[in-house]
Design a protein around this ligand. Structure first.
Ligand code: F6P
Length: 541
């Protein structure tokens, strides 16, 4: 039986009929306490959710829904290391990656926290060696370029966080990310670089991902082209993986493998050795400060009552729009240029976790699940897609993220940035009426075009400054939001079977392309036609 057959869902549906008619402007006018009631602070991270189309009753009913879905028990199960990722038979313990050294979390009778800290210590030693210039390449030169080769969770997390914490980075190190199997990605990354000053981190949980292994082989060939001697590989390649056998088969020195565990999902792996490139960039002290921020949010999520629980509230608001207002998408709009990759990171985090139509019993769901997640840094987005947010026909709930202090306090830039930040949520919520336009003497024919109906919901997250700690808080906030929604929609949020079919078809098609003859390919007529066209026009290698 789906969640929609429960009492809370039914009550929410009836309540929605009433709330759908309400205007935010009226709700603010009616309740002087509204901003205060619908806001929450957690260790310096402030959430204002007053500009949502909710009443106090909406929150009560949504909390009732969370309780009906037995969210508190689900949270305990995850933190306790129960094997909640049933389709892969695994525990989900990314929270253990940021647990303090003094804590103990057992999985199958073994404490995982001590394992986590042993790897963190190895990472710190390696990072410091690279940062200090003690790690020498094959010709005795220190490393100047670090290239992470990985894709999906083995790329998006470290690349997003390196960008987010760029001001904390060691600027004389050039950190790059290669993910796409399109050779242009690799070719551009190594353009002008000397192999003897370049270190590759091959980052792959499974070490079977074709894109990553293809790029890693190309990297090895590029390196040996310049350095010739096969022994150079040991000085210029390290790996991050759970699959040590495959890493060694590739030829990487076992001493240079940073392990992690199958209970860490790829898109939840930034705090593991997948964050190695980040640690090299910002140093172990900043990396550990980020882990503290993650842990602070983990503890908040684990212990705060649901009605004062930031990830839970964001999740429930998302469900309110997704399942009752029929919103199809959710925008993440950071007003900090350093967070420009944050929306893309949570595009994978959210869509790979909750983009599922089969529930935990194996039946098709009967309610909408994960939204399409997208976004871009402000103010750039304002000059691109905000037109649709303000006057389009679609409801796009959005999260605005901003900071009181800039890392680059130059002239009046930051006040201008934040003025836009505040202006946008105000405009979305309250719009501009045709009456106000008429009062201003706007040409009658233009009034409809210039009218903003408003009533468009947003959350606002603010912190003092984008520090490593705050970044950790923010990421954990969204991780737990996704978890909460998965519990309510009753889907398995930690597997990703939906990516498999395309991968296996590509393997078959690749063989046909390699043979140069598509006639035996077991593909449909459209694909056959396209393959033929490709084969007849591609250049032979
Ligand atoms: O795209 C599917 C996926 O399995 C992601 O979940 C994962 O983050 C990515 O591929 C990379 O996987 P790996 O780290 O094993 O190379």
């Amino acid at each position: 039986m789906g969640i929609e057959t429960g009492v809370a869902w039914r009550e929410l549906r009836a309540h929605f009929e009433h709330v759908a008619e309400l205007q935010l402007s009226q709700m603010f006018a009616d309740d002087p306490q509204r901003a205060e009631v619908f806001s929450l602070e957690e260790q310096g991270l402030f959430l204002d959710y007053a500009k949502n189309r909710i009443t106090r009753e909406s929150i009560d009913l949504l909390i009732k829904l969370a309780n009906e879905a037995e969210l508190p028990a689900a949270i305990s199960d995850m933190f306790a290391g129960k094997k909640i990722n049933k389709t892969e038979g695994r525990a989900v313990l990314h929270t253990a990656l940021r647990a303090p050294k003094s804590s103990r979390i057992e999985l199958d009778g073994v404490d995982v926290v001590s394992q986590v800290h042993a790897v963190l210590d190895n990472m710190a030693e390696f990072s410091e060696a690279v940062r200090s210039g003690q790690w020498l390449g094959f010709t005795g030169k220190p490393v100047r370029n670090v290239i992470n080769i990985g894709i999906g969770g083995s790329d998006l997390g470290p690349s997003m966080a390196c960008e987010a914490l760029r001001t904390y980075s060691q600027r004389n190190l050039n950190i790059q990310f290669v993910s796409n199997v399109d050779a242009s990605d690799f070719a551009e990354a190594v353009q002008g670089l000397n192999a003897d000053e370049t270190l590759f981190i091959v980052c792959s949980k499974t070490f079977t991902t074709d894109e990553t292994l293809t790029n890693a082989r190309t990297a090895r060939a590029w390196l040996l082209d310049q350095l010739v001697d096969g022994d150079a590989v040991a000085k210029h390649f390290v790996a991050v993986s759970t699959n040590t056998d495959e890493v060694q088969a590739f030829g990487i020195d076992p001493q240079n493998i940073f392990g992690f565990w199958d209970w860490v999902g790829g898109r939840y792996s930034l705090c593991s050795s997948v964050g190695l490139a980040l640690m090299v960039s910002v140093g172990s002290t900043n990396f550990r400060a980020m882990l503290s921020g993650f842990h602070a949010m983990d503890e908040h999520f684990r212990t705060a009552p649901l009605e004062k629980n930031m990830p839970v509230l964001l999740a429930l608001l998302g469900i309110w729009y997704n399942n009752f207002f029929a919103a199809e998408t959710h925008a993440i709009l950071p007003y900090d240029h350093y967070l420009k990759l944050f929306p893309a990171y949570f595009q994978q985090g959210d869509m790979e976790s909750n983009g599922k139509y089969i529930d935990k019993s194996g039946a098709a769901v009967t309610v909408q699940t994960g939204p399409i997640v997208w976004g871009q840094a402000g103010t750039n987005g304002q000059h691109a897609f905000y037109q649709l947010l303000h006057q389009g026909t679609k409801l796009v709930p959005a999260d605005f993220i901003g900071f009181a202090q800039s890392h680059n306090p130059i002239a009046d830039h930051h006040d201008k940035l934040m003025a836009n930040f505040f202006a946008q949520t105000q405009a979305l919520a309250f719009g501009k009426s045709s009456q106000a336009l008429a009062d201003e003497g706007v040409d009658e024919a233009l009034v409809p075009h210039k009218t903003f109906v408003g009533n468009r919901p947003t959350n606002t997250l603010m912190a003092e400054k984008l520090t490593p700690f705050v970044l950790g808080q923010l990421i954990a906030l969204y991780e737990h939001k996704i978890f909460t929604q998965g519990v309510i929609w009753n889907v398995f949020s930690f597997d990703q079977w939906g990516v498999e079919l395309g991968k296996s078809l590509a393997v078959e098609i690749f063989q046909q392309l390699e043979s140069g003859d598509a006639s035996k390919a077991k593909v449909d007529a459209s694909t056959a036609q396209l393959m033929d066209r490709y084969l007849s026009t591609r250049k032979s290698r």
